[in-house]
Design a protein around this ligand. Structure first.
Ligand code: NAD
Ligand code: ZN
Length: 348
């Protein structure tokens, strides 16, 4: 397989600065890394935050964003085993972790203090060739539709892990706030496949029809509803056993404390900048509500989330555009105009 010396990439040099579509060198993999020919990459709301510098995470400039890359192994460092040239591979948000700290040892590698993050501290997947630690890279079987697979690498893994974090049992209600977005549209499907009943919350009629078409039993439109909490409490006859906050709205997160069921779990996933939520201690104690944060997933979560995809149980509704069109996709994300996920084709 011949590897070119230069490639196309989207590079930004300052927060909110121009997203330059330009020719750059193809990186060389380090001894522990794969060189991946990225064919498709999903565009996550977190990419927009990284470009704007709107997130309290380390970011190295200049930067190539993107952390939902699906492609093919074209080269590898000398310490890599367990991969072959031509294998199909996913490049995720967690590019590498130290594997030796307390968190890594306990399967919480996503909170490793030495984590290297794709599209934040490690050049990401908005380029034709990117590098990825061979241990963290995700495996896809031969024949996988890489465009559809790309959103699983952040959105899919994240919502699958968040659903596990909600500690529900099949038959219980989960409320998904932000149900029509990239994370939400997959969350509805994972929840259904895991045996939960879904009430989706998002804005507008079109998003409602979309969310229901993915398997939600009920939909609450926060733009037209007089009282979202009351509606959810009525639909679920007493509140949702679990809530997944995958919206980009602080007020929606706050509101979720009003419709979680007694003894239920609120999971925080969306990351609006500087968001805080407040709870009455009395309510939290007497209702014994659990509030948990959840960030992406570890290697086991990754393999499990991909298995649901491989078995055809979840499929993110995608729209494919060229890599050169990232700026327009960011605009649509910002305006909340996307149903499901945009995926970029790196050849265009
Ligand atoms: P998205 O823009 O595709 O989806 C967000 C959805 O929220 C949209 O459908 C929007 O209409 C909806 N929304 C906005 N205000 C709402 C409200 N008041 N009530 C209900 N819905 C509302 O974004 P995405 O890519 O799915 O990401 C969602 C969030 O999750 C972002 O904040 C992103 O940074 C974060 N994220 C977190 C993790 C993690 O590991 N914790 C991983 C990936 C993304
Ligand atoms: Zn993401």
């Amino acid at each position: 397989m011949s590897i070119p010396t230069t490639q196309k990439a989207i590079v930004f040099e300052s927060f909110g600065g121009p997203l330059l579509y330009k020719d750059i060198s193809v990186p060389a993999p380090k001894p522990n890394e794969l060189l991946v020919h990225i064919k498709y990459s999903g565009v996550c709301h977190s990419d927009l935050y990284a470009w704007k510098g709107d997130v309290p995470l380390p970011i190295n400039l200049p930067l190539i964003g993107g952390h939902e890359g699906a492609g093919e192994v074209v080269a590898m460092g000398e310490n890599v085993s367990d991969w072959k040239i031509g294998d199909l591979v996913g490049v995720k948000w967690l590019n590498s972790s130290c594997l030796t700290c307390e968190h890594c040892m306990n399967g919480r590698e996503t909170v490793c203090p030495n984590a290297d993050i794709t599209g934040f501290t490690h050049d990401g997947t908005f380029q034709q060739y990117s590098t990825a630690d061979a241990i963290q890279a995700a495996k896809f079987p031969k024949g996988t539709d890489l465009a559809s697979a790309a959103p699983i690498l952040c959105a899919g893994i994240t919502v699958y892990k968040a659903l596990k974090t909600a500690d529900m049992i099949p038959g219980q209600w989960v409320a998904i706030s932000g149900a029509a977005g990239g994370l939400g549209s997959l969350a509805v499907q994972y929840a259904k496949a895991m045996g939960y009943r879904v009430v989706g919350i998002d804005g507008g009629k079109e998003k409602g029809e979309f969310v229901k078409s993915l398997g939600a039993e009920a939909y609450v439109d926060y733009l037209s509803s007089k009282d979202v909490s009351n509606e959810v409490n009525t639909i679920t006859e007493g509140g949702a056993h679990g809530v997944l906050n995958v919206s980009v709205s602080t007020s929606a997160m706050q509101q979720s404390l009003e419709y979680v069921r007694v003894a239920g779990t609120v999971v925080l996933v969306g990351l609006p900048a500087e968001a805080t939520i407040k709870t009455s201690v009395f309510d939290a104690v007497i209702k014994t509500i659990t509030i948990k944060g959840s960030a992406v997933g570890n290697r086991a979560d990754t393999a499990e989330a991909i298995d649901f995809f491989n078995r055809g149980l979840v499929k993110c509704p995608i729209k494919i555009v060229g890599l050169s069109e990232i700026a327009q996709v960011y605009k649509l994300l910002e305006q909340g105009k996307i149903l499901g996920r945009y995926v970029v084709d790196t050849s265009k």
